[in-house]
Design a protein around this ligand. Structure first.
Ligand code: C2E
Ligand code: MG
Ligand code: MG
Length: 391
């Protein structure tokens, strides 16, 4: 979710007032910058780009009225609240001055500032998070705001869980809202068609990154999430093979993760594309198995070679006998159909031990490694492996 930013800049020469206002504003949801004098205020105005200002009218050296004039000349768009212990008429007149200078005046805070008044006015100016728009998302790709993080995928080898691959997970590094997670924008990308450009980006970036790691002596497999909406383009398998060839990588290094909704729209075409991907030796994983979208029939109708157990099950393993029973059955089911199993959401040693006994071929989860920027992956590969519980 996005906001244009709830950034509050407070200028007051009394440190206790700054602390008080700062604490209340932060608790409500503002990012806060405090300025003790006009000079600090000007600097913060420039770099912090506040959305709301609280101005003390009486300060040594520069007073609030001068600052109002300055803000007017700068064409500031932030809302301005004035605070002072002076009588109401002075405050009202300062407020009118602000309006005359074209400022968005937000009202008056009479000192001593009452907690309830402060909370009321701050809440009124707190912008509610809004969903990103398709245009912003489109621009995000052009402006290189999309980044790919990688989460280790581990396999049991010689009694140790070793990192043998990574899953590419997209994030949006928004200049104001910070890091936005895919659940907040993938549905928008899918409904507006931006998903095609987004997926191209993740594939190109991920495949390029595999090549870079290999050059550093780190040989890994890559999993990329493929939106069901994209399993429609008949030339997709060829384009992908071309991309792998350009980086001198074997197709078997790449697995595409798809949720079952994929197959529902046009089963014949989906099967055509998925089969050609498998013929070309790409991996195909049925993602989020065990959620509402799951359907057992996809497992044998479509040429998947991996089943990915949804993290909602993985997260429950350490405390739910039912979750353990289901996962054990899914592992057996997948193995009987000739598929490998990867369990997601492994957050505890207990879950990992259970999965080892149950025979999950791969595991993924915070206990083994969170999604991290590409640079952190070689360290994760060479880091302390999780020892197996049983020989
Ligand atoms: P997913 O493919 O099932 O990815 C796994 C999600 O589980 C990731 O969330 C990952 O960070 C999270 N996770 C992994 N281990 C743990 C754990 O131990 N505990 C907990 N609590 N969470 C864990 P993320 O990165 O937020 O991705 C969410 C979903 O967004 C993905 O689910 C995938 O469906 C979608 N997505 C991400 N990147 C892309 C992309 O490039 N293209 C498409 N189409 N979808 C993507
Ligand atoms: Mg996935
Ligand atoms: Mg999943």
């Amino acid at each position: 979710m996005l906001t244009d930013g709830n950034r509050l800049l407070v200028v007051d020469d009394q440190p206790d007032i700054l602390d008080f206002v700062g604490q209340v504003a932060e608790a409500i949801g503002f990012k806060v910058r405090l300025a003790n004098n006009a000079q600090e205020f000007r600097e913060a105005l420039h770099e912090f780009k506040p959305t709301l200002l609280i101005l003390d009218l009486q300060m040594p050296q520069t007073d609030g009225v001068e600052l109002i004039r300055e803000l007017g000349n700068l064409g500031t768009r932030a809302a301005v609240l004035i605070s002072s212990g002076m009588d109401q008429r002075v405050l009202v007149s300062a407020e009118q001055l602000g309006v005359a200078h074209g400022l968005k005046m937000a009202g008056i805070l009479q000192k001593p500032i009452m907690l309830a008044d402060l909370e009321a006015v701050l809440t009124q100016y707190l912008q509610v998070p809004r969903a990103p728009t398709a245009d912003e998302l489109r621009r995000a790709i052009d402006r290189a705001q999309l980044v790919v993080h990688y989460q280790p995928k581990c396999r049991l080898r010689n009694g140790e869980w070793q990192v043998v691959g990574v899953e590419a997970l997209i994030r949006w590094q928004h200049p104001e809202a910070g890091l936005i997670y895919p659940d907040a924008f993938i549905p928008l990308a899918e409904s507006t068609g931006v998903i095609a450009a987004l997926t191209d980006f993740v594939l190109q970036e991920g495949i390029r990154q595999l090549g870079t790691w290999r050059g550093q002596g780190v040989d890994l497999d890559l999993s990329v999430n493929l939106s069901p909406h994209l399993v429609r383009e008949l030339d997709f398998p060829d384009r992908l093979a071309e991309l792998m060839r350009a980086h001198a990588l074997d197709n078997s290094r790449l697995t595409l993760e798809i949720t079952e909704t994929a197959a529902l729209e046009d089963p014949a075409r989906t099967r055509d594309i998925l089969t050609r991907l498998r013929v070309k030796n790409f991996g195909l994983s049925l993602d989020d198995f065990g959620t509402g979208y799951s359907s057992l029939t996809q497992l044998y109708r479509m040429p998947f070679n991996e089943l990915k157990v949804d993290k909602s099950l993985g997260l429950e393993l350490h405390q739910s006998r039912e979750a353990r029973t289901i996962v054990r059955s899914l592992v057996d089911l997948a193995h009987n159909l000739g598929l490998k199993v990867c369990t997601e959401g492994v957050e505890t040693a207990a879950a990992l031990q259970f999965l080892e006994v149950a025979g999950s071929d791969f595991v993924q989860g915070y206990y083994l490694g969170r999604p991290v920027p590409a640079e952190a992956i070689p360290g994760a590969v060479h880091g302390q492996p999780k020892l197996a519980a049983v020989g």
